[in-house]
Design a binder for this molecule. Structure first.
Ligand SMILES: C[S@@+](CC[C@H](N)C(=O)[O-])C[C@H]1O[C@@H](n2cnc3c(N)ncnc32)[C@H](O)[C@@H]1O
Length: 370
């Protein structure tokens, strides 16, 4: 067991089982033992790879999406360019490089990075050394300075701690983590029955079914959407997840590019759940904002010109580099509209804007079903 696992076992031993939400919170965010607090997990030598680490095209296109939205807003003289969970800072670095084509945008933006990990803040600082706009770090979305805001969140919402509920003969009970007879971590169900879930659309789920609710993600989206609804701007969230809310266990752990048992290596493996885009869109609507999408990442990036950009980069490269550029493009965009395999289909993009505000590009056609 890991040091973080020992800490969790001690906690359960002294105070009883903990929720899946609390488990994720500790395993990912404990100040000294949490996964993100202690390491840079990206790339071939790490645990997983994200779109901006696959290809510069991803950050460049998102940067140009922000420039375009800012221009549609009437080019305000001051705007917060926000990124939630910026990882190594690669996306923001590529976005700002692409945005150099519009110097007035760079003159207007202040970069606000929302990041809890000291290790990754240091990596972001290195990646963004020497960029034109001022860069500041914040611990939460409530702390972002005022005014209009354009916010990017790639693979951020999946990392926020989710609750799980399990259907039993008595009804829905919260899924918890306790200790089994050998003192190892194991799943169980809390005694309390949640009537409100029983009365919802999930009433017909079979015994043993799992339902996920990410209230932390919904709160973050609500706060961002309220801000955009009041002050103007947009939020672009890209992540793996489903278009419609529904039952299913999506809690997953990844280490060295392989799926591992979610309870085996807390603090040493990445832990996520799939994003419920319908729930995020509902949270944004509750805050008075408009939503567009979700559309698949493949469709979104192709609409922004990913193919043209890749071909342009490839034309100036040698044969081996050109092949690499085109295969990175395939990795980001492959997977047809309804294909769940491949980053292009599994990942979705959702935009949140001020009600009556400008239309964001890339969202002219929505997905009708998961
Ligand atoms: C999967 S990584 C994604 C990194 C980056 N966006 C990319 O695409 O490469 C998740 C990021 O969110 C950060 N993070 C996780 N939980 C957070 C929280 N509650 N508040 C702020 N940042 C958080 C992590 O430290 C990390 O930077």
């Amino acid at each position: 067991m890991t040091a973080c696992g020992d800490h969790i076992r001690d906690l359960i031993g002294s105070s009883g089982p903990i929720s899946v939400e609390r488990y994720m919170e500790i395993a990912l965010g404990h100040p000294t033992l949490g996964y993100y607090m202690t390491r840079d997990p990206f790339g071939a030598s790490g645990d997983f790879i994200t779109a901006p680490e696959v290809s510069q095209i991803f950050g460049e296109l998102l940067g140009l999406w922000c420039v375009d939205y800012w221009a549609r807003m009437g080019a305000p003289g001051r705007v917060q360019l926000v990124e939630l969970g910026p990882g190594r800072g690669t996306l923001m670095r590529d976005a700002l490089r692409a945005a150099r084509v519009v110097p007035a945008f760079l003159a207007a933006v202040e970069v606000a990075l929302v990041e809890t990990s000291p290790t990754l803040r240091a990596a972001q600082k290195t990646a963004l050394a020497g960029v034109a706009p001022p860069v500041a770090w914040f611990g939460g979305v409530e702390d972002i300075p005022g005014g209009p805001m354009i916010a990017l969140a790639n693979e951020f919402f999946d990392a926020l701690p989710a609750r799980q509920y399990v259907k039993t003969t008595e009804g829905w009970r919260e899924r918890v983590i306790g200790l089994d007879g050998r003192g190892e971590l194991g799943f169980g169900a809390a005694p309390r029955v949640h009537e409100s879930i029983e009365e919802s659309i999930e009433a017909n789920a079979p015994d043993g079914a799992i339902l996920e609710r990410n209230l932390v993600a919904e709160r973050v989206m609500f706060t961002l959407a309220k801000r955009v609804a009041k002050r103007g701007g947009a939020v672009l969230a890209i992540d793996y997840g489903h278009v419609k809310s529904g039952v299913g266990d999506t809690l997953q752990a990844m280490r060295r590019h392989e799926f591992v048992d979610a309870l085996a290596e807390p603090g040493e493996a990445d832990l996520t759940t799939h994003v419920d885009f319908e729930a995020l869109a509902r949270a944004a609507a509750r805050a008075g904002a408009s939503t567009r999408g979700p559309v698949t990442q493949g469709l979104f990036l192709n609409r922004l010109g990913a193919g043209e950009r890749a071909r342009k980069l490839a034309a100036g490269a040698d044969a081996a580099a050109a092949r690499r550029i085109m295969s990175e493009l395939t990795r980001l965009t492959a997977g047809g509209r309804l294909d769940k395999v491949g980053m292009g289909g599994l990942f979705k993009a959702l935009a949140v804007t001020q009600d009556g505000g400008p239309e964001p590009i890339g969202f002219s056609e929505n997905l009708a079903s998961p």
